[in-house]
Design a binder for this molecule. Structure first.
Ligand SMILES: C[S@@+](CC[C@H](N)C(=O)[O-])C[C@H]1O[C@@H](n2cnc3c(N)ncnc32)[C@H](O)[C@@H]1O
Length: 221
């Protein structure tokens, strides 16, 4: 069973990626007007991320198609049953991860999003994919929503929300990561603190830059 290559999920993903490609934030005056330096500062800020993502609330900002496929393959190959995601947006990465859970025989995916309209779109997309029953969308700031009620053992963590918060979100989830758990962090270059933490084996991780914009790490046991 490979649900990402068959209907209804394959054509849905094609459509959602095509829509995301057609609506770039750079074409939006509210975002394109920000200088590259200011954009870089906002991407790295631990305090102004709400403002940045409010400006970006109408954009999907998904992982790349390749990273989506990578997420599916990793979750399948470790037979993941429990997944946590930081940053749902319209749910493209969530669909890949939930599809892997479905094909693994079931499981639970907890994902987090603070823009209500995005959570609603993700819910609709997951329903269209036939995957909503596997996913709990926690609405609100992940610093709060992922601080409580996590599963005892987590197989895979995707970090794809505000980049500056990667160390804080990792700290919330860390004690639940099982030995061998995988962490995929998208665009982690914006968080040097995070990279320093996972690249130091004394902190309990093996970590490598992978593909173009992913840091892939494994929790040591
Ligand atoms: C890059 S997008 C996620 C894309 C999604 N993973 C995908 O591949 O389709 C980042 C999302 O994280 C959300 N976000 C950023 N910081 C957050 C936080 N602290 N708590 C909850 N959501 C957050 C933003 O609103 C945005 O929708």
């Amino acid at each position: 069973m490979t649900s990402v290559t068959t209907s209804p999920i394959a054509p849905l993903l094609d459509r959602l990626f095509a829509e995301a490609d057609a609506a770039s934030p750079m074409a939006d005056p509210a975002f394109a007007g920000i200088t590259p330096d200011e954009r870089d500062r906002l991407m790295r800020s631990k305090t102004d991320y709400r403002d940045l993502y409010a400006r970006l609330k109408d954009f999907a900002l998904p992982v790349s198609r390749e990273t989506g496929a990578l997420l599916y393959m990793l979750a399948r190959s470790i037979r993941a049953r429990t997944i946590v995601e930081f940053g749902t947006s319209f749910g493209l990465s969530t669909i890949h991860l939930a599809a892997a859970l479905r094909d693994n025989g079931g499981g639970d995916l907890i994902t987090s999003e603070f823009e209500p309209s995005k959570a609603a779109r993700a819910r609709a997309n997951l329903a269209e994919a036939g995957l909503l029953d596997l996913v709990e969308i926690r609405e609100g700031d992940a610093l709060e929503t992922l601080a409580v009620n996590l599963p005892e053992s987590i197989d895979l963590l995707l970090l794809d929300g505000a980049k500056a918060l990667y160390p804080e979100i990792l700290a919330l989830v860390e004690s639940s990561l099982r030995p061998g758990a995988l962490i995929v962090a998208d665009n982690a270059d914006y968080s040097p603190d995070y990279l320093a933490r996972v690249r130091e084996p004394a902190n309990g991780y093996l970590s490598i830059p992978f593909a173009e914009d992913v840091e892939l790490s494994m929790r040591l046991g």
